[in-house]
Design a protein around this ligand. Structure first.
Ligand code: DAT
Ligand code: MG
Length: 151
């Protein structure tokens, strides 16, 4: 029942393929609250910090090259249960395994081009939101639809 934050990012392939609006809409229409949004060219150091847990993986260098290859769209979303729910909307890491109806299931074919990132725990949601956004870039606001989403 706790309000959580999650960091969602349209990766460079999603931006290049013109999928930004499509991807934002899926979280927006679900009913989560957008508290941060920007187009951003990610510096290598930030990509390395974001993916530091994967440093030992063979695909890590390619992953860093990919994430820094062009602009990304950074988003922070807030809501009760938003972290796990966003992961479900995104689908499995491998788009060929991702269920139809999910973002990766509908819009991608390869793990190395899986169009979107989502935090995997409430702790990482906070960590990644703070990593990608400065404090003044986040907005606390009350959507007009709030009473129509939750009783
Ligand atoms: P997710 O993005 O679903 O949280 P992850 O945290 O395990 O997945 O990995 C981060 C990203 O690294 C993933 O979105 C794509 C890339 N990746 C993961 N496993 C990979 C693999 N086996 N081969 C190539 N890229 C991989
Ligand atoms: Mg992950």
């Amino acid at each position: 029942e706790q309000v959580q934050q999650t960091y969602i990012m349209v990766k460079p392939d999603g931006v290049q393929r013109g999928l930004v609006g499509e991807i934002i809409s899926r979280f927006e229409r679900k009913g989560f609250k957008l508290i941060g949004l920007k187009l951003f060219q990610c510096p290598k150091e930030l990509a390395e910090e974001h993916y530091k847990d994967l440093k030992a993986k063979p695909f890590y260098p390619k992953l860093i090259d990919y994430i820094t290859s062009g602009p990304v769209v950074c988003m922070a979303w807030e809501g009760v249960g938003v972290v796990l729910s966003a992961r479900k909307l995104i689908g499995s890491t491998d788009p060929l395994q991702a269920e139809p109806g999910t973002i990766r299931g509908d819009l991608a074919v390869q793990t190395g081009r899986n169009v979107v990132h989502g935090s995997d725990s409430p702790e990482n949601g906070k960590r990644e939101t703070a990593l990608w956004f400065k404090e003044g870039e986040l907005c606390q606001w009350t959507p007009a639809q709030a009473p129509w989403l939750q009783e």
